[in-house]
Design a protein around this ligand. Structure first.
Ligand code: G4P
Length: 302
């Protein structure tokens, strides 16, 4: 049996988004460049259909350059306009203006043919929690944060930030939820720190991360923590605990503390630029998911 569990606040957020989207020309969706699909909302394609779409691969400073380029191409092949941004430093943020113009070229052309000149493009930022929406808006809008105020035909209370004479941005981002019923998605979001720590077992999470690193970024943990390689994730964790002097009373290793250190180092880019999911793998997974939906057998050899 398959059923959807939708808490009340999500239904409300979705309804709000449906209303807001009617007012805008272009949806600017922020995703985390380390997990571009896991940090994507599953409903946004339906909500934003018929709108120009931009994907911002945010936090690209924390993701592998090679894979981020691959993801850019992947999203472009799906019809999105794409930009790489580091909202924290501001790198790549200005270039988003150009991307907006490109994404809205048809609309501008249509307006011009109808004799409508200089109607600003209306944009909205959307994304799941913690992808960097507020940081991006602050960096993008900068000093232009002067609000344009309510306008006729616009839902009361909506505020628009006038970015320049061509673009207005809805000041409150649309917060959406991830595809959290998917275990892999949940795990990846936990690695990047987007799931509340209280509900997680840090040691287990860190061991999963070590396992992932051993299979995809072999040798990187060993180099960072200056430890001997072990195929076993618990042993690796113990070696890191030992190296970092994480001890409990009685000189016993404090693996829980070491687990916290590893995750914190990863989340802050101190282990390196590490992408957690890859376009080609994801495509296979997507095909499989589609096949499951259609009741087909999955080719396990892939
Ligand atoms: P949200 O509105 O989508 O929920 O996200 P928010 O802007 O609050 O950003 C969440 C965290 O991500 C913040 O860190 C923010 O600084 C960080 N962040 C946003 N964009 C980038 C980016 O491009 N690169 C990097 N490296 N980090 C980014 P925080 O730990 O909550 O706060 P702080 O470290 O800034 O104090």
């Amino acid at each position: 049996m398959h059923f959807q569990w939708y808490p009340g606040h999500m239904t409300k957020a979705k309804r709000q988004m449906q209303e807001d989207i009617k007012l805008i020309d272009v949806v600017i969706e922020l995703v985390d460049a380390r997990v571009p699909l896991s940090s994507k909302n599953p409903d946004i394609d339906e909500l934003a259909k018929n709108k120009s779409r931009i994907i911002l691969l945010n936090k690209y400073d924390l993701a592998s350059q090679k894979y981020t380029e691959e993801w850019k191409k992947w999203f472009e092949s799906k019809g999105y306009f794409v930009a790489l941004v580091n909202s924290k430093s501001g790198s790549g943020v200005k270039a988003v203006h150009e991307v907006i113009q490109k994404a809205c070229k048809e609309k501008i052309e249509r307006d011009r043919k109808r004799g409508i000149l200089n109607r600003p493009i209306r944009a909205m930022i959307v994304g799941i929690p913690n992808v960097g929406k507020s940081t991006f808006i602050n960096s993008f809008a900068g000093k232009a944060c002067a609000k344009t105020g309510n306008k006729p035909g616009v839902t009361k209370g909506k505020q628009w930030i006038k970015l320049n004479k061509n673009v207005e941005l809805l000041d409150t981002p649309g917060i959406l939820w991830p595809k959290f019923e998917d275990q892999t998605v949940g795990l990846r979001l936990a690695f990047i720190g987007s799931i509340k720590e209280e509900i997680l077992n840090i040691t287990e999470l860190s061991m999963e991360f070590i396992k992932f690193m051993h299979s995809k970024y072999s040798g990187m943990l060993e180099k960072k923590y200056e430890i001997e390689k072990s195929e076993d994730s618990l042993e690796t964790l113990q070696r890191i605990a030992d190296r970092r002097g994480c001890k409990l009373k009685g000189n016993e290793l404090d693996v829980n503390k070491a687990a916290g250190i590893i995750l914190d180092d990863y989340r802050n880019g101190r282990i390196g630029r590490i992408t957690l999911e890859f376009p080609e793998i994801t495509e296979t997974v997507l095909e499989d998911t589609k096949a499951i939906d259609e009741g087909k057998e999955i080719d396990q050899s892939k």
